[in-house]
Design a binder for this molecule. Sequence first.
Ligand code: PRT
Ligand code: ZN
Length: 211
Amino acid sequence: MKTSKPLKIAIQSSGRLSLQSELFLKSLGLEFEISGRELITPIEDGNIEILSVRDDDIPQYVAQGVADFGVVGENVLSEQRSPAKIVKPLDFCKCRLVIAVPVDSDIQTISDLESERIATSYPEILKNFLQDNAIKASIINIKGSVEVTPQLNLADAICDLTQTGETLKKNNLRILVTLFESQAVLIESREKNENKIRFLRRLNNCDHSPI
Ligand code: PRT
Ligand code: ZN
């Protein structure tokens, strides 16, 4: 039976979260294939729509009720100080946000970061960490390839995500401190509606019948 308003679930369109997010939804009994660049994939007679978007937009979509649910990294939620509610940790895309320095750097403890330059794509989390530890340092906001900034003499330290540690190693960096442990989480909008309640039941009871 077609309900009036489809349930909308936002997942990352193309990136580290995409495949695992799709597998998570499929584990709940949702059957779908996302084709190419489709933004909206209607499934279950149009009662559910999967929105394929950039991960950075997911907290906002959910907080504003454009999507009812979303799958996103806790790191992005935290950086954006999103008010979206976490329903469930999903145990994938685990990583750590760390401060790292060149292996031969004089920086040995976090207090040695005083007056240094730290490059990051996570300026909010880093700013809070520095404030909490009464450290004054320059935050250099970089969108990508943060790991190369010390080699370019653009920064003395970096604050970036790491999973295996391979990228840090390749760039001759060592971890000074971990700021944040992250994983993918399911988030939900504030609005309550029948479709959402049915979906949550499906999530909690493993009742895989269509909504
Ligand atoms: O295009 P869009 O904006 O949607 O995607 P994106 O490029 O912003 O994000 P994407 O796909 O790179 O990552 C999505 C999410 O995956 C992140 O927000 C994290 O929650 C999670 N995740 C898990 C990671 C990593 N592990 C990870 N290792 N995100 C990024 N990395 C990068 C890291 O920045 C570094 O460059 O991988 C490199 C280090 O990896 P290791 O394994 O060598 O340590
Ligand atoms: Zn992103």
